[in-house]
Design a protein. Sequence first.
Length: 90
Amino acid sequence: MYLQPRPGIAWPSPHLRELKDAVHALLGLDDDTAVIIRQLIGGEVGYPPLKTVVAVLPMDGEAHRWTLHRPAEQITENELRATLLHHRPS
């Protein structure tokens, strides 16, 4: 059975799928580890109005979260690599 999204709900963009796949590859995650990428409206002065949060939720172990202060569609794999590998998760 093929499921359709609820009316008014769009399927995730191909770019978000690419970012999730990149997170899995960069961090060497297994298939049981969930990666969630959400775009949020930011209200902080001096930052863009949209920010992207990347969360890694392993089945066993501690969850990690990173915030990139730009829309998800503008995030490149190189930016993602720099953020995940060079900044401590929040």
